[in-house]
Structure formats: C-alpha cells, structure tokens
Design a binder for this molecule. Structure first.
Ligand code: SD4
Length: 327
C-alpha cells in the first residue's frame, strides 16, 4: 500500500504547492443546509435534515445527525462498533459547538454509545468545556446515560487480526486509518445552517484504530476537529488527527473564510499550510480532509490526498461531492 500510494502521489510538483489565486465559484444552496464529512453520511444528513426542515435549530440538527453513525454497528469509525485501541478498548471522542460560541467535548470516553450527547451536556450543564476518560464516564452515568459494551464481534475480530501481525508503531496506526479511509467512511464532522441563519457543528469518532491507550486526536478539540464562528461560517476535519491539531485545522479554515476565501479555497489553504509545515514526503503518506460552510450557505471541501468526499443535504436534495486534493 505504501508503494502504491507513493507512486500515485509522487507526481506532486512545486507548482501544486504554490499559492493559488482565489477562485470564486462556490456551490451555494439556500438555507437550511447540512453538510458532513464522507459520502456514506448522507444517512446522517437525512436525520439532520428532518430537524432542519421542521424548523429545528442547527444545534439540534447536528446533534441528531451524528447520532446515526454513532449507533450504527457497521460503522467502524464512530461510536458503537468503532475499532478499539491497541488494548481492545473502544474509546470515543466528540465535540459540539453552537452559534454563540458555547462548546462541549468528551475525550477517551468508554462505554457510552452517544458521546455527542455527553459533549452537549458538558456544554449545557457544566462550567467546563472538556471532560476526559473516567471523569467523562462518571459524568455521563450521573446524568442517566447507560453503560454499554461498544465492542462488536466484528470490531473485536478486526482487533484480534491486527494483533497477530501489527506492530505498535505510530505509522502502523496511520496506515490502518488510511486503509479505512479507502472505504470512504470515517469520522463524522457535521455542519448545519438553520432557517434562522445560525450555524452549529458536531464531530464524533472512535479515533484511529488500534491507537495507544489514552490517545486523543483532533476530533474533540475545538479549533482542530471543529470550529464555528456564526459571523463567518464553520469547518470540520477528518483524517490523521495529529496533523489537523498541528495547524489548528478547522479554526484555520474559518479564518480564511473570514478573509474572503470561499469554503473550498479556505479548506485548500489549510491543507497547503500543512504540507508546507510537514514537507511533501511526509504529507504524501497522510490523509486530511476539511469541509466548510459559510453564512451564505456556500459549502466546499478539500483533501490532502485522494478519496475524500462530503455529503450535502438542502432543499435542492442530496449531493455527494468528491473533494479535489493537493497531492
Ligand atoms: C482522529 N481525525 O482521531 C480522527 C480520525 C479520522 O478520518 O477522522 N479519520 O484522528
């Protein structure tokens, strides 16, 4: 796989990394609208869309939408059925951000099927913005969440298979994530613009498969995996979280939109920054994807390498967009 990727990506030219002038055309749809990372999340968008269409808030829409993959045992990258860490434990990361800058996150949370709901409770019921591990679990149980076994037979089998051959190394976990991304399915980041013009976002994941115990990626980190500024727009990320954190990815995308870039251009600029920082040879072995939505309902996405997709739902119907990519 490494070699295949290398051959595919080695055509990167210096020109591809040079600053591009801002292009203008951005897909636009009247509000309300909801967008998500990865094509299979059309299902999650459909649930969010029901909320939006009924006049619900962007916050309720993203909260409802991302619960779909969280509860889906066949989705091995989010919630129930997520691939475990290297010790066989399913540990979940999630965050949520509303149009007023309220935020809540949980990290390394075990046994709770809907970490996004716990993140929302952190936001609404505590003086804090992030709870991790045991404290997050205790908070969830105290608030009526049920303790469940999230490791499905399918994910346990995948873990046992991995144990036979894999080494505990950072690159092995990255390779696992890249394999998973080839199935076009991964972490869900969702952004919604409701009928009143407010934007909110949510992001939830089981993180990198077979990660070290205690590892937290970008997904529950506000500014990295998700960022919302109701005056400008919102962005969310997927891919190798360590790389997204390094450039405060989603915040970076929103800042580019603030300075007039279209959602697609803003996502591209963040990807370019990462490549500049990491260098071509490291970057070509990775995947990072951003999606963004602005106040006008314009949306866009961009990937570091091939295969990234986004799902869109608006009055115009359901669309899947294949992201352009830098390398
Ligand atoms: C993480 N960003 O934990 C997540 C995983 C992911 O596509 O999004 N993969 O690093």
């Amino acid at each position: 796989m490494q070699r295949r990727r290398f051959l595919k990506l080695s055509s990167l030219s210096a020109a591809a990394l040079a600053a591009q002038p801002a292009a203008n055309a951005a897909p636009v749809a009247a509000k309300p609208i909801v967008v998500s990372t990865w094509a299979p999340n059309v299902k999650a968008n459909a649930a969010a869309w029901q909320v939006l269409q009924a006049g619900g808030t962007a916050l309720d829409a993203v909260h409802t939408g991302v619960q779909v993959p969280e509860a889906d045992p066949d989705d091995q990258s989010v919630g129930y059925g997520g691939l475990p860490d290297r010790d066989g434990k399913v540990t979940l990361d999630a965050c949520i951000m509303d149009h007023r800058g309220n935020i809540g996150a949980v990290m390394c949370l075990e046994h709770i099927m809907h970490p996004i709901s716990v993140a929302r409770l952190v936001m609404e019921k505590t003086p804090h913005v992030q709870l991790v591990g045991e404290g997050a679990l205790r908070f969830a149980l105290e608030n009526g969440f049920k303790k469940e076994n999230l490791l499905t037979a399918k994910s346990e089998a995948a873990w046992k298979e991995w144990l036979k051959t894999s080494k505990y190394s950072p690159m092995t976990t990255v390779e696992n994530l890249l394999e998973r991304i080839k199935d076009n399915h991964d972490t869900i980041g969702m952004l919604a613009l409701d009928a009143t013009g407010n934007i909110c976002g949510a992001c939830t994941t089981s993180g990198m498969a077979f990660k070290m115990a205690g590892r937290v990626g970008d997904s529950p980190i506000i500014g990295a995996g998700l960022y919302v500024d109701n005056e400008v727009g919102a962005a969310t990320a997927t891919g190798v979280g360590e790389e997204v954190v390094r450039i405060c990815g989603s915040h970076t995308v929103v800042e580019y939109m603030r300075h007039g870039y279209s959602p697609t251009e803003a996502c591209k600029e963040a990807v370019k920054r990462l490549v500049k920082m990491r260098g071509e040879s490291v970057a070509r072995q990775l995947q990072v994807g951003f999606i963004a939505l602005n106040k006008k309902g314009e949306y866009g996405c961009y990937g570091l390498t091939d295969q990234f997709t986004m799902a869109v739902r608006s009055q115009a119907g359901e669309t899947v967009v294949k992201a352009a990519h830098l390398l």
